[in-house]
Every structure is written in structure tokens, then in C-alpha cells.
Design a protein around this ligand. Structure first.
Ligand SMILES: [Zn+2]
Length: 496
């Protein structure tokens, strides 16, 4: 019998509205031909390295409402690309791309991702996991933290130190030349990754799950704008790369047992204006900074989707800050550990963990279109992103709607399923396809309905949560799917 395999192809930051015949014809054809999930969502926060961790563990960053009493047991624990946890004793947030801090955090936490990951789980089943990524260092590391111990391949464009030994970075450079320098659009790097996938990694017949993670169109969206000339060039290049992958798949991949899952990790919306939350808090008399030290008792991980941790988790100080935030026009959604004072509980978005901050806040979003006509705008606290540039990390409907399609001889054809799904469902779906046990730590579900002779879709319903305090009110839509404890996130906004 032919061995079942999965190729997971991820286009970072790709919005669904760009997948159409005049922009991405190859990907659009794949989506139309196979199984499409238009209501797929990222996990919270919708930052890349959280999605990476949700992909490799099948879990959200924290626990959900029904599991709140056992909060420590749920979620992968990567609370953001960078997050501040006073337990670590760092002078600022833990940047998951900082190798030295990650080592130190591992020593303190025991394990960086709290739940077993794809590499470990597949190794236990004597299956082979292999990764190519053009993403940042933290992205590469989190795709397989134990690649060397597990004797698996992990190729990162950032060099032999970030790649695993077995990936033989130097051998690849010798064979294919140096990795091109990054630029916007990052087309040369996307083409390079595609070439090594097709001409090197896929030649290894022992691989069961192969990942290729492209860092575009994310980069071009961020720095040049969603719909800009650079971003359209990036999308054209990615589609040509995908066309080459399809050529291989149709010629030999499919008959060799390969199924293909094509996703994005999140979408993006456009930054309208910079707001410095630390400065705003300081002006209001709070002793705010980047870590709790000396006379600083409010640690802020500033971003469009930011986090606040206060000294001794003092509930009175949390309340004061929430009251301040809710009085600001630039403030969007707010979450606390207990859902008090007009905030939602972090548990309601599967983000409650002992590593959680005291407050998760997002800056305000609107549906306003950007200069290229693409909907979704927000205030942001990200000085490196220009006004008009793309951003993500929050919970607006547009930014959390990731692209999600599956194809292959095990899959249905020409189906569109409206049932909510998300990044957390990829691992259970791959395990279902490979016929191996889905770990209890996975919080998603296998998309059985996508498979030939699969089951009917489970029933599902949406719930609109509301919270308010004084003039401030917010709403958050979640979806419950039969048999799944953790709800899917459908999007939220500040109402007034
Ligand atoms: Zn991303």
C-alpha cells in the first residue's frame, strides 16, 4: 500500500481576498479543485510564532473557559512573538528569536512549548518530519525545538546554527549557492526555498510530513502595504512557486501518496496611526516601562496587540489601568485573567495560562479600506511599521481569517465547508490522515469531513459575547463546534 504523506505549504500573512484567478491563478485553481475552509481562524494573539506553536502542537496558547481550573495544563505557552513573564526575571520581554534568552527560559520553564510538538509526536511513531522555513529565527526554532535531538531536518535561511545538523545547511549552500539576501518583495528567497524543496528535500523518500514556510507576503504587506506593487509582485512570485510545486505533485507527488495542505497563519490589516501606549500611561501618572523593576510597576509589551503585567498582579492597579484604557479613544478589545471591569476573560479566547500577562489589549480597529482598497485598519504601537503598512496580532475578523485548503487523493473534491476551523486543526487532521493517535493536548479537531468517505460536518453555532463598563463596550464572536471544548475565534471589536 502506498504511504500517506503530507506537504504543508504556508504563505505567511496571506489574506483570502488575494487568492483569485487574476492574482494567484495556481493557488486559486487548487482551492477550487479541492477542499476549502473559508471560515478558518488563527489563534490568539494572531502573531506568527504563536501560530507556529499552534500548528506544531494543535493547541492554543492557553486554556479555554471550561478548562480554566486546570489552566496550567492547557495550551502551548508561547503567549506572543515576544512576551513578558516576571517569573523569568528578564529586563524585558522574552523575544522568541533571541537564542540566549530562549535557552535561559527553557532552563526556568522546563520546556518552552508546554505541550508535545509535531516533531516529537511523529518521532514516537517512527515517522519523519522535515522543515524548510524562510521565517525569522524564532519561527524556525519553534517549528521544531528539538530537531537535532530527534535527528530531523530543519532548514532555516538564517544559517547552520539555526538549522539542524541533519539538514546540512553547508551542503545545501554548496549545491544551490548562497541564500539570496532578503528584500521586499522577498522573491529570490521564496524561489530559493522552492528550489531546495523540489530538488533536494522531496527527493528523500523517508519523509512523512514536509513543511515549507514562506515569510511572504507577510513582509511585503508589513513594510510596503497590503495591495502595494511590491506585495502584488510577491504574490505573483509565490503563485509561480506554488505552480512549480503543483507541477511536481501532478507528475509524481500525488501518485507517491502526498496530500497537500495550503494555509496562511493569519491575514493582516493596515496601520493608520502610531500610538505609544507606554508614553500614554506615563502621561497619566502610571510608572510604566518594559519590566517590573525599581520604581516601574507596570510592564508593557507594546504592540498593536499588547500585554500589561503589574507588580504582584495587584488587582487594584489592574482595575486602574483598565479604567484608563477604556477611557481612551485608541483602545480596542481588552482581556484580563478574570474578565472583570468590562473586559473579557482570557479564557474565553483560549489564552489563559500561568504565563499570561494581567491584561491583553488591542488598539482600536475599523473596517476602513487602505489606500489600495483593502478593508481593515487600526491604530498600532509598532514604530517599525510605517503608517499604511500591514499589521496583525489582534482579533479583528479580517486579520484572523487565515487561508486553509486541503487537497490529495484522500480528500474530497470541489467542496467548500463553512464550518469554523483553524490552525489548531491542522495537526489533528494530519494525524487522522496518517492513521496515528491524536494527542490529548491537541485542542483542535481532525477535519474528517474533508476526507473521502469522511463523516458529516459536526454541528456548530456562534455566540456573540458582550462586555461593557461605563461608556466602553466590546463584542467578541466565538464558535462552538460539537465535541470540541475550545471555541474557535470568529473576531471581535470595540463597539463604543
Ligand atoms: Zn505570520
Amino acid at each position: 500500500m502506498k504511504k500517506t504523506k503530507f506537504l504543508f505549504c504556508l504563505f505567511d500573512g496571506l489574506r483570502r481576498d488575494f487568492v483569485k484567478s487574476n492574482i494567484m491563478p495556481n493557488l486559486n485553481e487548487f482551492r477550487n479543485e479541492w477542499v476549502d475552509y473559508p471560515n478558518s481562524s488563527s489563534t490568539f494573539p494572531s502573531e506568527t510564532r504563536v501560530q507556529v506553536s499552534s500548528f506544531v502542537t494543535g493547541a492554543y496558547c492557553g486554556g479555554s473557559v471550561s478548562d480554566a481550573s486546570k489552566e496550567g495544563n492547557f495550551g502551548h505557552g508561547i503567549m506572543a512573538n515576544s512576551f513578558y513573564d516576571p517569573i523569568l526575571g528578564f529586563d524585558g520581554p522574552l523575544d522568541t528569536s533571541d537564542m540566549a534568552k530562549m535557552e535561559e527560559a527553557k532552563r526556568i520553564y522546563g520546556s518552552l512549548q508546554k505541550t508535545p510538538s509535531l516533531g516529537e509526536l511523529l518521532a514516537k511513531e517512527n515517522k519523519n518530519y522535515s522543515v524548510i522555513t524562510t521565517g525569522k529565527i524564532g519561527n524556525a526554532r519553534l517549528l521544531n525545538l528539538n530537531a537535532d535531538d530527534l535527528q530531523q531536518r530543519l532548514f532555516s535561511i538564517w544559517g547552520a546554527d539555526i538549522s539542524s545538523e541533519l539538514a546540512d545547511y553547508d551542503g545545501i549552500i554548496e549545491k544551490f549557492g548562497k541564500v539570496p539576501k532578503q528584500s521586499f518583495p522577498n522573491n529570490k528567497v521564496s524561489q530559493y526555498a522552492t528550489q531546495i524543496l523540489l530538488e533536494h528535500f522531496l527527493l528523500d523518500r523517508s519523509v512523512d510530513v514536509q513543511v515549507i514556510w514562506y515569510n511572504e507576503p507577510d513582509l511585503s504587506f508589513h513594510y510596503e502595504g497590503i495591495g502595494s506593487k511590491a506585495s502584488l509582485s510577491s504574490l505573483e512570485c509565490l503563485d509561480q512557486c506554488f505552480g512549480k510545486i503543483m507541477k511536481w505533485w501532478n507528475a509524481e507527488g500525488r501518485s507517491d501518496g502526498w496530500n497537500v495542505i495550503v494555509c496562511s497563519d493569519h491575514a493582516q490589516i493596515s496601520k493608520q496611526k502610531q500610538v505609544s501606549v507606554i508614553d500614554e500611561l506615563k502621561c497619566a501618572g502610571f510608572k510604566a516601562g518594559v519590566s517590573i523593576i525599581d520604581d516601574i510597576d507596570v510592564a508593557v509589551k507594546a504592540s498593536y496587540s499588547g500585554q500589561i503585567t503589574v507588580r504582584d498582579r495587584d488587582p487594584k492597579l489592574v482595575k486602574k489601568i483598565i479604567e484608563f484604557l477604556h477611557a481612551q479613544d485608541w483602545c480596542g478589545l481588552t482581556f484580563t485573567r478574570d474578565g472583570s471591569h468590562g473586559t473579557f476573560s482570557m479564557a474565553e479566547i483560549n489564552a489563559l495560562s500561568e504565563r499570561s500577562p494581567d491584561i491583553n489589549y488591542m488598539l482600536r480597529t475599523t473596517e476602513k479600506v487602505n489606500q489600495y482598497g483593502y478593508a481593515g485598519s487600526c491604530y498600532a504601537d509598532n514604530p517599525d511599521i510605517p503608517n499604511g503598512g500591514g499589521i496583525h496580532g489582534g482579533l479583528s475578523r479580517i486579520e484572523i481569517n487565515n487561508f486553509m485548503t486541503l487537497g490529495g487523493d484522500q480528500m474530497n473534491r470541489q467542496k467548500i465547508f463553512d464550518i469554523p476551523t483553524g490552525i489548531v486543526d491542522i495537526l489533528p487532521t494530519i494525524f487522522h490522515g496518517l492513521g496515528i493517535k491524536i494527542p490529548k493536548t491537541a485542542m483542535g479537531r481532525p477535519l474528517k469531513e474533508a476526507f473521502l468517505n469522511g463523516e458529516f460536518e459536526p454541528t456548530w453555532s456562534e455566540t456573540n459575547l458582550m462586555a461593557s463598563s461605563g461608556h466602553y463596550s466590546q463584542e467578541m464572536c466565538i464558535a462552538n463546534v460539537e465535541g470540541i471544548k475550545a471555541p474557535y475565534l470568529r473576531g471581535g471589536r470595540r463597539v463604543s
